[in-house]
Write a protein that binds this ligand. Structure first.
Ligand SMILES: CC(C)(COP(=O)(O)OP(=O)(O)OC[C@H]1O[C@@H](n2cnc3c(N)ncnc32)[C@H](O)[C@@H]1OP(=O)(O)O)[C@@H](O)C(=O)NCCC(=O)NCCS
Length: 174
């Protein structure tokens, strides 16, 4: 039995340990981490799976921009399950639940770097054939899921790091 809840700030150390265990050392040198460092995960979309007091699964989403028009989208990941509990449907539960939540929240496109063989079951398909790239990443590793019908047609180009808009006062100076 496991329970799924929204990630809390105090869960961070246990999640880091889980990610180290699931992905091994060097995970933060992956290309996708360029879009996470210094950026906060999307509030309310990062979930954990708990078994008793232990965190046994984690999924997070990050804001990103796509193309020269800098259209907002979500970057899913990491998704990780404790090695001793893999293959029991926890990853699927976290993915299905968060994708539903993201659609309800009005997000239109989710991208991720991962195996299509796993993520196809959640509605993901290759992004490269739609002209979306993550610079320096293998094109076949980039997958997308459109959360609104036809949303993929709105996106084209390279993925860019999220940037905060400047404060209103900066652009309204007299
Ligand atoms: C990949 C991962 C998140 C899946 O979560 P999980 O809870 O173990 O998976 P589920 O129980 O939801 O699904 C199990 C199914 O996924 C399949 N699967 C798992 N990883 C897979 C992969 N990389 N490619 C293809 N299929 C995969 C299993 O073979 C199994 O198939 P079946 O349903 O036909 O038996 C988990 O195994 C994990 O944390 N792995 C290490 C970290 C990782 O690779 N994260 C994903 C980045 S791409």
């Amino acid at each position: 039995m496991f329970q799924i809840t929204i990630e809390q700030p105090e869960d961070a150390p246990a999640i880091e340990a889980l990610l180290d265990e699931a992905f091994g050392p060097g995970r933060t040198s992956k290309i996708s981490y360029r879009y996470r460092e210094g950026v906060d995960p999307v509030p309310g979309l990062s979930l954990v799976a708990r078994q008793g007091k232990d965190i046994v699964g984690s999924i997070r989403y990050w804001p990103i921009l796509v193309g020269v028009e800098e259209k907002p989208a979500l970057l899913l990941g990491p998704l990780a399950i404790s090695p001793r509990l893999q293959g029991k449907g926890i990853g699927a539960a976290l993915a299905f639940q968060t994708l539903d939540m993201a659609a309800w929240a009005g997000h239109r496109l989710v991208l991720l770097v991962g195996d299509l063989a796993y993520y196809r079951r959640f509605g993901f398909a290759p992004a490269a054939s739609h002209g979306i790239r993550m610079p320096d990443e293998k094109p076949e590793r980039l997958q997308f899921s459109a959360l609104a019908p036809g949303a993929i047609a709105e996106y084209r180009g390279d993925i860019r790091r999220w940037r905060r808009l400047p404060p209103a006062s900066a652009s309204c100076a007299a």
